[in-house]
Design a protein around this ligand. Structure first.
Ligand SMILES: Cc1ncc(COP(=O)(O)O)c(C=O)c1O
Ligand SMILES: N[C@@H](CCCC[NH3+])C(=O)O
Length: 410
């Protein structure tokens, strides 16, 4: 995003004009940022056969899926619905990885029916998979490496107490089940969390994967999940992707040499690809000066962007209508009937009712985690691509709120 000629712009398209044209609250995405992040990651791993499986959960809009497919990405999905969305966007079944957790086994069977890559994350399902498919359908196994990584406890998935993956301490059971049913294991997977505070977590998880992988002789890929950290605020630690690329390329190539075969290396980034591309535009409804602080009230809330309330996440907030205003300290809050603070004691350009306020870094887990709480409509979404803007999701209407409700006589 640039501030040019006193306006916030994506590819020369003014964000205030988008807010006027489409109304607020509005999610706006910049395709250039998504594509440049994709290229950066791909280039960092140019010394190995890298496959980037976009974690669709971060932002599932068809336009975004198509954009990433066009760039060469595959996709990681966690539900049958995400799988169907990926197929609808044009992904080939061979480029889709299905990584569910605690679903009914029938979802695995359904996914096998679609012909996508299956990732198994518990021993009972591995057994059941062996009983049903033997060696006729390949599967990947998800390992829990017992590594504490991730920005906060709610988004850590690789520690010993986590529900995800098969514990590294149960790895012998995996080998026994695989032998018993002659399961064709074609991949080993690890995903230790989101927002890693250090790239070292990747390196440590990779060592665990390499040691597990040596026991399988039909592998075609190793999947190191995600956890790439982007900057949410000035001074934030960010994953040095180029540095990580060098380190992991060396260790991966050494592993392949040892293994006796060149494998593919997979990653499943969500945030890294789409977070910084997105801005949530809202309108200031009221400036409320209290003895405690000056509130900027806005026409949105935790129903549209839950990350600050759910994880204590920081999103930089700017006054898009008044980019040159003097900065004052504000607390930005939503219109929901419970505390829905977007940011406390932030220095933001002087704001008045009616101004357009932008919450940055809202591309990942923004719209996809939104809800209709308080019976509010979810926002519209706009994609700026090749210098043009397009509506990629309509704002909801009363019809959407009522469409599955059944009118009964009482
Ligand atoms: C299995 C899996 N892969 C990939 C991701 C994407 O993570 P991130 O958005 O941090 O890149 C997640 C979410 O944490 C996940 O659960
Ligand atoms: N939803 C989380 C990311 C991880 C979710 C998937 N494992 C966030 O907003 O930071």
């Amino acid at each position: 995003m640039q501030v040019t000629n006193r306006t916030y712009e994506f590819q020369g398209v003014s964000l205030t004009e988008l807010a006027t044209e489409y109304g607020t609250p509005l999610y706006v995405y910049n395709s250039e940022k998504i594509l440049s992040q994709y290229k950066r990651l791909h280039d960092a791993f140019s010394g190995v056969n890298v496959r980037i499986k976009y974690a669709a959960k971060a932002l599932t809009n068809q336009a975004i899926l198509k954009l990433l497919k066009g760039a060469g990405a595959g996709v990681d999905v966690v539900s049958i619905q995400e799988l169907q969305l990926a197929l609808k966007a044009g992904f080939d079944k061979k480029d889709i990885m299905f990584t569910p957790n605690c679903v009914d086994f029938s979802e695995i069977e359904e996914a096998v029916g679609y012909g996508v890559q299956i990732n198994i994350d518990n021993i009972p399902f591995l057994k059941q998979f062996g009983q049903v498919y033997g060696s006729s359908v390949p599967c990947c196994v998800r390992i829990n490496p017992h590594i504490d990584a991730g920005g906060n406890v709610k988004i850590m998935t690789g520690h010993k107490g986590s529900k995800f993956g098969i514990s590294i301490e149960q790895v012998n059971e995996i080998y026994e089940v695989v032998d018993e049913y002659e399961i064709l294991v074609n991949g080993v997977h690890v995903h230790s969390g989101s927002d890693f505070k250090s790239a070292d977590a990747f390196v440590r998880a990779a060592e665990v994967v390499y040691s597990v992988a040596m026991q399988f002789d039909k592998l075609t890929f190793l999947d190191f999940g995600s956890g790439f950290k982007v900057s949410y605020k000035e001074g934030d630690y960010v994953t040095d992707i180029e540095e990580l690329g060098k380190k992991m390329t060396d260790s991966f190539n050494a592993f392949c040499l040892n293994y006796g075969k060149k494998l593919d290396i997979w990653f499943e980034p969500g945030k890294f690809l789409v977070s910084e591309s997105g801005m949530l535009l809202v309108t200031c409804t009221v400036i409320k000066e209290t003895p405690a602080c000056n509130f900027i009230g806005v026409n949105s809330g935790l129903n549209h962007l839950i990350r600050p309330m759910m994880y204590g996440s920081h999103h930089d907030i700017v006054n898009v209508s008044n980019p040159d205003g003097d900065k004052k300290m504000y607390t930005v809050v939503g219109y929901i009937c419970e505390t829905d603070t977007f940011g406390s004691d932030l220095f933001i350009e002087e704001t008045k009712a009616g101004d357009i306020i932008g919450l940055k870094n809202a591309g990942a887990y923004g719209f996809s985690m939104s809800s209709n709480y308080n019976s509010r409509f979810r926002p519209a979404e706009v994609l700026v691509h090749k210098g043009k803007h397009q509506l990629i999701r309509k704002r909801e209407t009363m019809e959407d709120l009522l469409k599955n409700q059944i009118d009964v006589e009482l």
